[in-house]
Design a protein around this ligand. Structure first.
Ligand SMILES: [Cu+2]
Length: 346
């Protein structure tokens, strides 16, 4: 049993234990492929995001994949977090360690200039240092427990190859129906509120999504009606997709937070930034609030939906191909032994 609590309410010891467990997963290398346990999550996320489903795109405009832009978005990430939490518990020897959540809607109520100085950033380190590269700046995180020393970004040979904090860059391609990947190392980057989205979502934004009466609706992708698809509203696509967003509006909720953090949180390798897990724990918490039964009901589609997103479909990579056990969408939706504790103060 693991209680998941707001990062605002962890004791100093609980914060230290959580950070130590994440660092231990980053330093635990698998001799078979050289990947750390932590980086396996980065790779899984990238590979799931890279594969459209069904293959070849049934609807040309959607970029639905195994983990995003469709109904399985929430169950897929719930399974992902559950496994990560189990690894944290194992590596720390603390069987009830719960993944904390970052309730970013509370920070979204603060003045814009204060949003990047909230408690989450003293836990995981703050924004990055601008480094000029061709075409603009990147923002390398130097501080905090996951920061890396500045290095020559144009020459990865200058990175310390033994540093477990280096992030993973994954380039994927499908060759003869097989996914082929090549991997490289980079540095953790963040540009809090400095990109195209300057503010975090608010409590009112969350409540708008919570008031959507149904879980999801055909055509089960980014264009699903936001007033009828709780999933699409929480994932954060915009009205009128695939037309461009209206001026002054863009992505919302989950997507908005990825863009607001920026840097390593942008691409398919976004779990490179540990804040990914705290962010997605909050997304999962909002889902659990929408469905007090735990999100297991009323999932739709129960049948006839796109592959990988229909109730009894297996979810990549837990589909029996790359790992021995197959987890279906509905099994992923099961919250099992995790409970969200609401903050006493917020
Ligand atoms: Cu994701």
């Amino acid at each position: 049993m693991a209680d998941r609590r707001s990062i605002r309410e962890l004791t100093q010891t609980e914060q230290d234990d959580f950070i130590a467990a994440v660092l231990a997963l980053k330093s635990e290398f698998n001799s078979a492929d050289g990947l750390s346990t932590y980086n396996r999550y980065v790779l899984w996320h990238q590979l799931a995001m890279f594969q459209s489903t069904p293959y070849g795109n049934d609807v040309p405009e959607t970029r639905r994949n195994y983990a995003h832009r469709g109904p399985a978005f929430l169950p897929w990430h719930r399974e992902f977090l559950y496994r990560f939490e189990k690894d944290l518990q194992r590596v720390s020897g603390t069987p009830d360690m719960g993944l904390p959540y970052w309730d970013w809607e509370v920070d979204g109520e603060k003045p814009q200039a204060e949003q990047s100085n909230q408690p989450i950033w003293s836990l995981v380190g703050g924004t990055g240092t601008p480094v000029p590269v061709p075409g603009g700046n990147v923002f390398v995180v130097e501080s905090g427990p996951f920061g890396t020393p500045l290095a020559d970004l144009s020459n990865p040979d200058t990175f310390d190859p033994g540093n477990p904090l280096l992030t993973l860059t994954v380039n994927s391609a499908i060759v003869n129906g097989q996914v082929r990947v090549s991997m490289a190392r980079s540095l953790l980057m963040r540009n809090l509120g400095g990109g195209t989205i300057a503010t975090l979502p608010t409590i009112a934004d969350v409540n708008t999504a919570l008031n959507v009466p149904s879980y999801d609706v055909s055509p089960w992708h980014e264009g699903s009606d936001l007033s009828l698809s709780f999933r699409n509203a929480l994932e954060g696509w915009w009205p009128g997709w695939p037309n461009p967003p209206a001026p002054g509006t863009s992505v919302g909720l989950h997507n908005q937070v990825h863009v607001w953090v920026g840097g390593s949180m942008g691409p398919g390798t976004s779990p490179n930034d540990p804040v990914f897990f705290l962010h997605h724990a909050n997304v999962d918490r909002i889902w659990s609030k929408w469905a007090p039964s735990g999100g297991n009901e009323p999932y739709v589609p129960m049948q006839g939906g796109p592959y990988g997103h229909t109730a009894n479909d297996p979810m990549y990579p837990w589909d029996g191909r790359t790992l021995p056990e197959a987890i279906t969408v509905l099994q992923g939706a099961d919250p099992r032994d995790t409970v969200y504790i609401e903050p006493a103060t917020a």
